[in-house]
Design a protein around this ligand. Structure first.
Ligand code: F6P
Length: 543
C-alpha cells in the first residue's frame, strides 16, 4: 500500500514535540520521578528479559511510539508478511523466513501452495545427511570418515552460519573441525585448508543464487585443492554438497543435485541461517540442537505476532530504535554481548540490520526526508570497554547500546562470570547516571581535572538478559532482532528485504578485473583517481 511519509503523520509530529520535552530530562530525573522504573520499564517473555528503563523514554513516549506504529499499519504489514504476501516489492517476493521454523503440520501458503511441508522435507534430508556424516557412515573418496567441514559462502550465506557455529560451540562436536571461507582474498581459503587432509574434508558450498563471484571462485579453488590431493575428479561427489535455490547452476558446477539442499526465493540471504544454509550448524551441533534453535525462533515469531504491543519485545525494540534514531538523532547502535560465544553476533547483525534498512527511498520510490537504518557495530564485553567505550561515555556523540548477557556461564571459572556480568551491569549504570562535576570535586579531584573526570550520563542503553545461552535462546534472540528490523522498516516505509545497493560496486568490479588482468596496458576511461589507482596497482604488482 502506498502511504504518506511518516514525517507527515500526526503521531510523528507529536513525537517530535515530545522529544523536546524528554530532551530536557536526564535519566537521573526519570529514575528519581519513578522509583519503580527499573521494574516497570522491563519485559520478560520467550526466555528473554529486556530492561529498557535506561532508554530516554517515559510512558508518554511509549504510547506515542505505539500510535506511530498503528498509523504506519504495523499490524496489517505484519499480518501480510505471515500470510506470505509479496511484501518485498522491488523483487516481487514473499518474505517468509518465519516459515523456516514453523512446526510440522502448520500451513503457510505462497501462491496457494503450502511451504511448511517443503521446509520439513529439507530439514529431514539435512538431518539424515548430518547423522551420516557425524556417525562416520558417510565416507570420503578414499574411505576415510569426514573430520573437517568447510562452509563456503558470503554475506547471508556465511555470517549466520559462522555466528551460529561460534555461539553454539559448546554444543558442537569437538572432534570435528569447522571452518568458514568467504572472502575472495585467496588467503582466506589457503589459511582455512593448509593443515587439513582433503580425504577427511567436506565442503558445503552455500549460495542462494550460485552465481556469487566470491563463493564460486572459492568453490572452484576448493574443487582443485580436493582433486589435486585425492588425484581424481570422482572425489568431488564425496567431498562437496551444495545449498542453493539454483539447481541448474549447482549442476553446472559439478555437484549432483542429489547432494543439494534447497531453499526458496522467499528466504532472504540475511534471513537464511535457519534454512539449509545452516547445514554446517546442524553438522556441528546435531539435528536435535538445530531443531531446538528453530523452536526458539518460532517462539519469538509467535510472541511477535500475538503479544499486545505494550508487551511485545520486537515491537518495543524496534520502536526504541526509531526513537533513538529519529527523535534523539543517534546515528548508530553498539551491540555489546557479554558472552564470548557471541563474538560474531555484532558482525551478523550488521548485515541483518544495515543491508535491510540502509535505504533512501520508500516502497513507492519517494526519497525519504528522515534518517533510516543506523550503523550497527560492536565487540564482546569486556574487550570493548578497553577500546571504544571512552567515546560512548565521554564523547560528543550519542551511542545507544544493547547489552546482552547470561546469568549462567557455560564455562565456570572461579568468579570470572560474576566479574564479567558486574561489568555489564556497571556499564549501563555509568552510561545512564554518569558522575557530576560536584561528585567528582567532592571525591577530592582538583578543579583543573574535574571536567575531564566528569561523566555527563544520560546515555541510553537496553539490557537483554537470559538464563543461559542455549540453542533455543539463540533462536529467540536472533528472531527478536529480525522482527525489530522489520518494525523499523515498516515505520520508515522502506523495502527491508532487497539489497540493490550492493550491485553497482559488483558491476564496476567486472570492468576493473578485465583492466587489472589485461596483458597490455589497458585504455582507461574512468575518473583520474580510478585510472591512476589501476595504473599504480599494475606497476607495483608487476614491477
Ligand atoms: O551482498 C549481497 C548478497 O546478495 C547478500 O544479500 C547475500 O546474502 C549475499 O550476497 C550472498 O548471496 P548468495 O547466497 O546468492 O551467494
Amino acid at each position: 500500500m502506498n502511504q504518506p511519509l511518516p514525517t507527515t503523520l500526526p503521531a510523528w509530529q507529536a513525537l517530535q514535540q515530545h522529544a523536546a520535552v524528554i530532551g530536557r530530562k536526564h535519566l537521573r530525573q526519570l529514575f528519581a520521578d519513578d522509583p519503580r522504573r527499573g521494574e516497570t520499564f522491563a519485559l520478560a517473555d520467550v526466555e528473554l528479559y529486556l530492561d529498557y528503563s535506561k532508554q530516554r523514554v517515559d510512558a508518554d513516549t511509549l504510547r506515542l511510539l505505539r500510535e506511530l506504529a498503528l498509523a504506519c499499519h504495523l499490524p496489517e504489514r505484519t499480518a501480510a508478511m505471515f500470510r506470505g504476501e509479496r511484501i518485498n516489492r522491488t523483487e516481487d517476493r514473499a518474505v517468509l523466513h518465519v516459515a523456516l521454523r514453523a512446526p510440522r503440520g502448520e500451513r503457510i501458503e505462497v501462491d496457494g501452495h503450502d511451504v511448511v511441508a517443503e521446509v520439513h522435507a529439507v530439514l529431514d534430508r539435512m538431518a539424515a545427511f548430518a547423522e551420516r556424516v557425524r556417525s562416520g557412515e558417510w565416507r570420503g573418496h578414499s574411505g576415510k570418515p569426514i573430520r573437517n567441514v568447510i562452509s563456503i559462502g558470503i554475506g547471508g550465506s556465511d555470517l549466520g552460519p559462522v555466528m551460529a557455529y561460534e555461539a553454539l560451540r559448546d554444543y558442537s562436536r569437538r572432534d570435528m573441525t569447522f571452518r568458514f571461507v568467504s572472502n575472495v582474498d585467496g588467503t582466506d581459503f589457503v589459511e582455512a585448508t593448509r593443515d587439513l587432509d582433503a580425504a577427511e574434508t567436506l565442503f558445503i558450498v552455500c549460495s542462494k543464487t550460485f552465481t556469487t563471484l566470491e563463493t564460486l571462485t572459492n568453490a572452484h579453488a576448493a574443487r582443485q585443492w580436493c582433486i589435486a590431493a585425492l588425484g581424481n575428479e570422482q572425489a568431488v561427489a564425496k567431498h562437496f554438497v551444495a545449498v542453493s535455490t539454483n539447481a541448474a547452476e549447482v549442476e553446472k558446477f559439478g555437484i549432483d543435485t542429489a547432494q543439494m539442499f534447497g531453499f526458496w526465493d522467499w528466504v532472504g540471504g540475511r534471513y537464511s541461517m535457519d534454512s539449509a544454509i545452516g547445514l554446517s550448524t546442524m553438522l556441528a551441533v546435531g539435528p536435535d540442537h538445530f531443531r531446538e534453535m528453530l523452536a526458539g525462533f518460532h517462539a519469538m515469531d509467535e510472541h511477535f505476532r500475538h503479544a499486545p504491543y505494550e508487551r511485545n519485545l520486537p515491537v518495543l525494540m524496534g520502536l526504541l530504535a526509531i526513537w533513538n534514531n529519529n527523535f534523539l538523532d543517534a546515528a548508530t547502535v553498539a551491540v555489546l554481548p557479554y558472552e564470548q560465544y557471541l563474538k560474531r553476533f555484532p558482525a551478523y547483525l550488521q548485515q541483518l540490520t544495515m543491508e535491510s534498512n540502509g535505504k533512501r527511498v520508500t516502497l513507492d520510490g519517494t526519497a525519504v526526508d528522515y534518517a533510516t537504518g543506523p550503523i550497527y557495530w560492536g565487540e564482546p564485553g569486556t574487550n570493548g570497554q578497553h577500546s571504544f567505550y571512552q567515546l560512548i561515555h565521554q564523547g560528543t556523540r550519542l551511542v545507544p547500546c544493547d547489552f546482552i548477557g547470561f546469568a549462567q556461564t557455560l564455562n565456570p571459572l572461579g568468579e570470572q562470570h560474576d566479574l564479567l556480568m558486574a561489568n555489564l551491569i556497571a556499564q549501563g549504570e555509568a552510561l545512564a547516571f554518569g558522575k557530576t562535576t560536584e561528585e567528582v570535586r567532592a571525591a577530592g579531584t582538583d578543579a583543573a581535572l574535574a571536567p575531564h573526570r566528569t561523566f555527563p550520563g544520560n546515555r541510553p542503553s537496553s539490557t537483554i538478559l537470559a538464563r543461559r545461552l542455549t540453542p533455543r535462546v539463540l533462536g529467540s534472540l536472533i528472531a527478536l532482532y529480525e522482527h525489530s528490523v522489520f518494525v523499523q522498516g515498516v515505520i520508515w516505509n522502506i523495502d527491508s528485504f532487497d539489497q540493490w545497493g550492493v550491485e553497482l560496486g559488483k558491476q564496476l568490479a567486472k570492468t576493473t578485473i578485465a583492466e587489472l588482468t589485461a596483458a597490455d596496458e589497458p585504455k582507461l576511461a574512468h575518473d583520474s583517481s580510478t585510472n591512476t589507482l589501476i595504473r599504480r596497482y599494475r606497476q607495483l604488482r608487476d614491477g
